[in-house]
Design a protein around this ligand. Structure first.
Ligand code: RIB
Length: 318
């Protein structure tokens, strides 16, 4: 691999509880197990991209606590460069409370230092600007302030946005996203359209292309993903099925997908094939618990790619 990826985003310590089923509103359930592990959508994507073979730089903010040391070590162990990960005086490192049941999860994030950034003008004068400008791909998520995401999009040569957690996006930011990566809930928030079926998700993704996004990838978990691409006079929609696997823990599977996608794009792979590569990575990541430890190596992704079904044109009766 020769391409480089710069990830700008969140770093969290995940406090994970395993429960027999996810609690409803007002309900208390007893955990059958608990652990802490490294997390944060930004850090997860950086590790997934590095394990998939990318040269990866991470730009983020942590507090001056022991969690920050563990998280930096976890990224470095995967080969991620962390010179752009700065400690914010007086802040605490981000923390996420993750509940896992039967392969599904619920997450609440306490952002801490992930929301303690300099202004865009200050960032432009810092080493972070050079790191991002030098990368083939810059990827961000929405666990950091949107103003920082806007700044990163302006500096990037090619910008990928994983709009998670969901938030409304301005047209200028949308025009920079190639691709915008969202799940069906995030797509519904951003597009304002229903996304309950594949056809609806395809139409909603198309509407974002018509609003200006060059491309949109919609991740549908075990049901695969949809790719919408603007061409000269239309929007092309394809459906990428996923291989059927038994999911033990889907926490961070979307991050495995985004990280691998960015590594493939940084290496000059065409977007449709990058989606298939990312699908292989995500299908491997759900087979074991946790985030960083569950992400596959490049060799594993390449081997699993052969089991990824062929993509086809999205049929609107689906
Ligand atoms: O996408 C999974 C991640 O979301 C977790 O690691 C948690 O930290 C939250 O950021």
């Amino acid at each position: 691999m020769t391409g480089s990826v710069a990830v700008i985003g969140s770093v969290n310590q995940d406090v994970v509880c395993e429960v027999p089923r996810l609690p409803g509103p007002g309900e208390t359930v007893l955990a059958t197990g608990a652990r802490t592990n490294a997390g944060g959508k930004g850090a997860n994507q950086a590790v997934a991209a590095a394990k998939a073979g990318g040269r990866v730089e991470f730009v983020g903010r942590v507090g001056g606590d022991s969690a920050a040391v563990d998280l930096r070590d976890s990224m470095a162990a995967a080969g991620v460069k962390t010179t752009g990960l700065r400690e914010v005086t007086g802040a605490r490192t981000g923390r996420a409370y993750v509940t896992v049941a039967s392969g599904e999860n619920q997450i609440v994030v306490d952002p801490g230092a992930n929301f303690a950034w300099e202004s865009g003008a200050e960032l432009s004068a810092m080493a972070e600007a050079e790191l991002l400008a030098a990368a083939d791909i810059v990827v961000a998520q929405l666990e950091i302030p949107v103003a920082v995401v806007d700044w990163a999009a302006g500096v990037a040569r090619r910008f990928v946005l994983n709009a998670a957690p969901a938030a409304e996006l301005g047209d200028e930011l949308l025009r920079r996203c190639d691709p915008l990566v969202v799940n069906e809930y995030e797509l519904a928030t951003i597009s304002g359209a229903p996304t309950g079926t594949r056809a609806q998700a395809g139409q909603a993704a198309r509407s974002l292309c018509l609003r200006g996004a060059p491309s949109v990838v919609v991740t549908l978990g075990a049901d695969g993903s949809i790719l919408a691409r603007r061409t000269a006079d239309a929007v092309e929609l394809t459906y990428q099925p996923a291989p059927q696997v038994v999911s033990v823990d889907s926490t961070g599977a979307g991050d495995a997908y985004v990280g691998a996608l960015c590594t493939a794009l940084a290496d000059g792979v065409e977007l449709g094939e990058a989606v298939a590569f990312a699908t292989a990575a995500a299908s491997l990541s759900v087979r074991s618990p946790g985030t960083h430890d569950s992400y596959p190596t490049r060799e594993q992704v390449v081997a699993a790619r052969t089991a990824v079904p062929r993509a086809r044109r999205l049929d609107f009766d689906e």
